[in-house]
Design a protein around this ligand. Structure first.
Ligand code: NDP
Length: 255
């Protein structure tokens, strides 16, 4: 695990958007960013979950967050452009985005991947990130130094049998990060990927139903890397794909 201790004020004055902020790793990232002073914009599908995180942020004394209820499955370019405009009007800035929301889809043989299933996973895991990034880049450039963090996976770096469209979508995510980081090399917008590694969440439990969740690290355990990449301590770091749990021994090669 990264030996990084974020200053309590690391993200003070910053506005950070987190997708999939209602559950799992995204929920924890929102709480951690808020605890380090950020105003967090919570984007997700299930409003009730987002409201619960909103309340937790207020209860822990973080700046008042905002909620954007959006199903990435059906969102269009216009939704993202409207969202960017709303953020500009309400906050006047955007210092970072954690692209965390993701769909596991159906695990199974390549020959059995359904076209609908493929489209669904690619829409949420790849296309929505592409459209949202395009819409938000002007804001990020205006607020630079700024940080864009995508979420990858072990199967986004080494293909694995039966991980189908999910694995392929994570390779695409790594590619998007590299292309964008290279293009923005001479700007103050840095772009990186995090591979969380096996983490105790609902998605992990769906992928490995027989596994004892107690054997896994929690979202809170992996926050040092999430904080490091979002805060100014990582200025100059770009185009990297970093493991949140590089020390983890992977008997079954993890997600
Ligand atoms: P969870 O399933 O626990 O949480 C995913 C979040 O994404 C939820 O808040 C969910 O919202 C949101 N989301 C999913 N689909 C949509 C959609 N169509 N529109 C808006 N929001 C959506 O997953 P994790 O926390 O485990 O995973 C987070 C990221 O980390 C993912 O990108 C995943 O691929 C990656 N990852 C996770 C690993 C792990 O071991 N947990 C390992 C490697 C990578 P809602 O709850 O409302 O459905």
């Amino acid at each position: 695990m990264l030996d990084y201790h974020a200053s309590p004020e690391l993200l003070a004055g910053k506005v950070i958007l987190v997708t999939g902020a209602g559950d799992g790793i995204g929920r924890q990232a929102a709480l951690s960013y808020g605890a380090h002073g950020a105003t967090v914009i919570l984007l997700g599908k299930t409003v009730k979950k987002l409201e619960a995180v909103y309340d937790e942020l207020l209860a822990q004394g973080s700046p008042e967050p905002a909620i954007i209820p959006l199903d990435l499955q059906g969102a269009t370019r216009q939704h993202y452009l409207d969202m960017a405009e709303t953020i500009r009007q309400q906050f006047g800035r955007l210092d970072g985005v954690l692209f965390n929301a993701g769909q596991l889809g159906v695990l199974g043989p390549f020959e059995m991947i359904g076209e609908d299933e493929w489209d669904k996973v690619m829409q949420v895991n790849v296309k929505s990130q592409f459209l949202m990034t395009q819409a938000l880049l002007p804001l990020l450039k205006d607020s630079a130094p700024a940080s864009v963090v995508y979420t990858s996976s072990g199967v986004g770096k080494q293909g694995r049998a039966y991980w189908g469209s999910y694995a392929i979508s994570k390779f695409a995510t790594e590619g998007m990060m590299q292309v964008l980081a290279d293009e923005l090399e001479n700007t103050r917008v840095r772009v990186n990927c995090i591979n969380p590694g096996a983490t105790r969440t609902g998605m992990r439990a769906r992928a490995y139903p027989g596994e004892d969740p107690a054997s896994l690290r929690t979202p809170q355990d992996i926050m040092p890397l999430y904080l490091y990449l979002m805060g100014d301590d990582s200025q100059g770091v770009t185009g990297q794909s970093l493991d949140a749990q590089p020390d983890r021994i992977r008997p079954q090669a993890g997600q």
